[in-house]
Design a protein around this ligand. Structure first.
Ligand SMILES: [Zn+2]
Length: 496
């Protein structure tokens, strides 16, 4: 049992007149023939591990990949929750793509704790999988399947947290609410956007915990815990070059394809300004403390401003993920040109740019800069994909009870420090942060080498180690009990 659960459960047990020996798992003492107290369910790890694995495998086996049908997962979760008398509600814009809200009631002393986990998963190409992608095969300590680390791990530990808290009968000082949302990977309109725009009251909370972090393990050694406190904001634009059409046998300086190619070259050479915020600054400060000396020196140089740009260049080549968190970034991703004939110079050519803006980026000014960099009136910049843009919001605080509870739980369960992170990708937390609710992205142990082997989130294959799943369950239970279980009043002084 985590130390803090002892701290928490002991006074409660004493208040209930239960012998300490019973809590320690030694069974009932000779003087106390009553059965084990309900809170003991929170420390029966063999039983918790077995049940966690059972629900996890069952959920991975439900194919919720595109074209997505989250209903099977919602039916499963609802049945498991209903069976134990936990309140559930289903909300759906599209009946095949429902969202489920489950609520354990507290005494209302504090605003609720919201936990989110998405039930949909990304596509699979079954030919790439050693084990069928929805088999949840357990082999050599790993469970294989789409969604094992994105996001059925979070779905499972959220479900288990509700079941265990309910069975423990511990008094809660706030509601614990879980939103199992649809459409995170493909279409927020059926999921988080629908919920926020139509059922915001269901999501009201003091804090939210969702996906987006991990426990980083390299060569078998756990380095640090990463917790997502903010994220970059996707913006998509299309550059459309217009030129003069003609016969391919007569080269033209006004060729739209040439205009476009020059523009792409200029953009790729444009070093957008480096700008650290409180989260990324703290990230690099703490990363330096757990990195080899050469890397640590680089991170410290960045914090000093990296005037020569040498560190930024090093990161752009060797650690592109870290380069991306320094700045608003641009990746050209889709090209269109030609009329289908090799001998026709087309009058139009276009490229789509995936722009990931820093949370505080002034986007209109950034677009003006982009136009200056391109410096060609024959190229128009069009904003696209506005319907799928997630809103911007300030980073969540790292000075409140939620972050403290997460940081302490990472220290207790994994023995490492926590690095607050800004993710380069977008998550559904953006919508909740925009409601003014601080959100924290957490996750299980991820082996750095595993993604390179092709087992990462969204990779050809996906897997989680059994150990990582069980430890994630302990961590989640630790955080949720710390934030939601009512602290017992101090035991009354003995009578004189
Ligand atoms: Zn996800």
């Amino acid at each position: 049992m985590p130390a803090h659960l002892h701290r928490l459960l002991l006074p409660l047990a004493l208040v209930a007149g239960v012998a300490l020996t019973a809590l320690k798992g030694a069974g009932t003492s000779p003087t106390s023939p009553s059965p084990k107290p309900a809170v003991a369910v929170l420390s029966d790890w063999p039983a918790i591990d077995a049940e966690t694995l059972r629900h996890f495998q069952a959920l991975v086996r439900l194919d919720t990949s595109p074209p997505v049908n989250e209903a099977a997962a919602v039916d499963y979760l609802k049945a498991a929750l209903d069976a134990e008398g936990i309140e559930t509600k289903v909300f759906a814009l599209d009946p095949r793509r429902p969202n489920l809200v489950a609520r354990l009631r507290g005494n209302g002393a504090r605003r609720p704790l919201l936990i989110m986990a998405h039930t949909d998963v990304v596509k699979v190409d079954p030919s790439k999988w050693k084990h069928p992608p929805f088999s949840a095969t357990l082999e050599d300590g790993y469970i294989y399947g789409r969604g094992t680390i994105d996001d059925k791990d979070n779905v499972t530990v959220a479900l288990m947290s509700l079941l265990l808290l309910k069975r423990s009968q511990l008094p809660l000082e706030r509601d614990v609410v879980v939103l199992f949302e649809a459409g995170e990977e493909t279409d927020t309109r059926v999921g988080i956007r629908y919920m926020v725009e139509n059922h915001a009251a269901e999501l009201d909370a003091e804090f939210c915990i969702a996906e987006g972090g991990s426990i980083v393990r390299t060569e078998g050694r756990i380095q640090y815990g990463s917790v997502q406190l903010t994220e970059k904001i996707p913006n998509r634009v299309r550059l459309v070059a217009t030129g003069v059409a003609g016969h391919g046998s007569v080269p033209l300086r006004t060729n739209a394809v040439v205009y476009l190619a020059n523009a792409i070259t200029k953009i790729s050479e444009w070093q957008t300004p480096m700008r650290l915020n409180d989260i990324t600054r703290t990230f690099f400060e703490r990363l330096a403390t757990v990195s080899p000396p050469e890397d640590a020196a680089r991170y410290r140089a960045l914090l000093q401003g990296d005037e020569t740009g040498a560190v930024q260049e090093y990161l752009a080549v060797n650690k592109p993920q870290l380069n991306s968190i320094l700045r608003t970034s641009i990746s050209p991703t889709m090209l269109t040109a030609g009329v289908g004939s090799v001998n026709v110079i087309p009058s139009e050519a276009s490229v789509v740019l995936d722009i990931r803006a820093l949370p505080d980026e002034q986007v209109p000014q950034f677009m003006e800069q982009l136009a200056k960099v391109i410096d060609n009136p024959a190229i128009k910049i069009e904003r696209i994909g506005a319907e799928n843009i997630r809103p911007g919001a300030p980073p969540s605080s790292r000075f409140n009870d939620a972050f403290k509870a997460i940081e302490s739980a990472i220290r207790r369960e994994y023995g490492v420090i926590t690095l607050p992170t800004m993710s380069t990708g977008a998550t559904d937390m953006a919508f909740i942060r925009a409601m003014g609710i601080p959100c924290y992205g957490v996750g299980p142990i991820i082996d750095f080498e595993d993604a390179r082997k092709g087992y990462g989130a969204h990779s050809d294959q996906e897997r989680i180690s059994e150990e990582a799943l069980y430890k994630f369950m302990r961590f989640k239970l630790d955080v949720v009990t710390e934030l939601a279980v009512a602290k017992a009043a101090p035991a009354p002084a003995a009578a004189p």
